[in-house]
Design a protein around this ligand. Structure first.
Ligand SMILES: [Zn+2]
Length: 463
């Protein structure tokens, strides 16, 4: 029986969808205004694993992810690059999809763009205004937080103290500082940079929070099973979603299970564009790190933060190589009259741990114990060929659930070459060209070449 930690009730609960084996899951998607970084992908890998595991356990999953393709950040990026807002949004969204593809993120049923759901958004805002939960002021519409008594419940905030505990952008239109915008009046910036749509309140564009609930209502109706997102989105974003959805529909709970993922840290800080400490998905692909990264994320509990480092990635790469090598050795087993080895107790442990709020670290431990036990028999040529095949089939299943291919398709760049390439990249950013050239020579001595890209580098095999 699958149990899952529900942030809404703050406890692990037996997972029971609203309707039989159907699971409707929504996850907060990206704002495509720049290259997505590995901190973003960590979260999407967590929900891809959840969706894959649910499907593996016989659920029929509809996984919906929104795309915030209208936002201040996109307007600013369009202005900075002197490009059309849509060109910016499409470019970075396509880059995001390419990285998802390389990471084997395959479980999303529908990516829904905010700009393709403007009618749904206007309809939901209109209902909130009619019911008295929202008010219009100078062409913008705001949600009145005081009208929704459960505001702050998910994140454990006291609404009365919100205005002192949270920094809020000053806005003379708001009745209360913590009211949030549902519809933003057009600011009169060039249409090329800032799109706008006609609405009962004049030309404008949607606020951030409303797109999620309008999109999820469009596909799922007023209530559904799972809502995911990084833990940092709990407040104010997810609080706002609950307030909007429950006020508009009069039904609660809006979402049965709130599932929050831990963030990726670099040093003592979270990886974030605002801190300027990002490794983009593209850079990770250039270093051929996708399978190791996916394995690292899968083997860490989804609610835990990941203290990312090259060392940690190298460890994951080593562990993954061990599993792959073990699989290759299993294929070579020919012992006809060997000892029978049962996968069942290890499989039982694996599923028991995964069923316990996706406790992947403990589930993976069961796999490594299986490997040690089977390896002992193999070393003495005592493992029967039938058992070897049974273990291999089990590993194939596990690999498809965690989304890391058991047989590697790409050549793996050795760690020492990666380390040299990263050192060279650092020397380059410090404009230390002498050191960078010396490091390039060392990389070439190892039989590899390096190609500089606009936002990173690519390692090429020269031999
Ligand atoms: Zn969201």
């Amino acid at each position: 029986m699958l149990r899952i930690y529900n942030s809404r009730t703050r406890k692990k609960e037996v997972f029971k969808p609203r309707e039989g084996k159907k699971v409707r899951m929504f996850v907060c998607g990206i704002t495509p205004y720049d290259f997505a970084h590995i901190g973003n992908f960590k979260v999407f890998l967590n929900y891809d694993l959840l969706a894959r595991y649910l499907a593996h356990r016989g659920y029929k999953v509809f996984y919906l992810q929104n795309v915030t393709d209208v936002d201040d950040k996109i307007v600013n990026a369009a202005k900075a690059h002197n490009k059309n807002w849509k060109e910016i949004a499409d470019h970075y969204f396509n880059d995001f999809l390419a990285v998802c593809d390389a990471l084997h993120i395959t479980s999303v049923t529908t990516y829904a763009k905010a700009t393709e759901h403007i009618r749904d958004i206007i309809s939901q805002i209109s209902r909130l205004v009619e019911k008295g939960y929202a008010y219009e002021q100078n062409g913008s519409v705001y949600f009145e937080v005081n009208k929704f008594k459960n505001y702050g419940k998910l994140s454990g905030q006291n609404p009365a103290k919100l205005h002192t505990s949270v920094r809020l952008a000053p806005d003379a239109n708001k009745k209360h500082p913590y009211d949030f915008v549902l519809w933003k009046a057009r600011e009169g910036i060039d249409e090329k940079y800032e799109p706008s749509w006609d609405s009962p309140w004049g030309l404008g564009r949607p606020g951030w929070h409303i797109e999620d609930t309008a999109i999820s209502e469009h596909y799922f109706g007023p209530q559904y099973d799972i809502h995911g997102g990084a833990v940092e989105l709990k407040f104010p974003h997810h609080e706002a979603e609950i307030a909007q959805a429950e006020s508009a529909s009069g039904k609660k709970p809006f979402v049965k299970y709130w599932v929050h993922a831990g963030i990726l840290m670099l040093g003592k800080e979270k990886m974030s564009k605002s801190f300027g400490n990002v490794i983009t998905g593209k850079q990770m692909l250039a270093a051929r790190g996708q399978d190791a990264f996916r394995f690292l994320v899968a083997a860490t509990h989804y609610r835990s933060p990941i203290p990312y480092s090259e060392k940690l990635l190298a460890q994951a790469r080593t562990n993954l190589s061990r599993i792959r090598e073990f699989a290759r050795n299993l294929e070579k087993v020919t012992t006809k009259k060997g000892i029978e080895f049962s996968v069942a107790p290890y499989a039982k442990k694996f599923y028991a741990k995964m069923d316990d709020d996706l406790n992947a670290p403990a589930a993976f431990a069961a796999i490594f114990i299986l490997m040690r036990a089977a390896h002992k028999l193999m070393a003495k040529e005592k493992l029967s060929v039938d058992s070897a095949h049974a273990i291999l089939s089990f590993l194939e299943i596990i690999a498809s659930v965690i989304g890391v291919p058991l047989r590697e398709k790409e050549s793996v760049i050795p760690d020492r070459v990666l380390t040299l390439a990263n050192k060279r990249e650092k020397a380059r950013t410090e404009k230390n060209w002498v050191k960078a050239d010396a490091l390039r020579a060392e990389i070439e001595k190892e039989g590899y070449g390096i190609k500089d890209l606009a936002d990173g580098f690519e390692i090429i095999l020269k031999r």
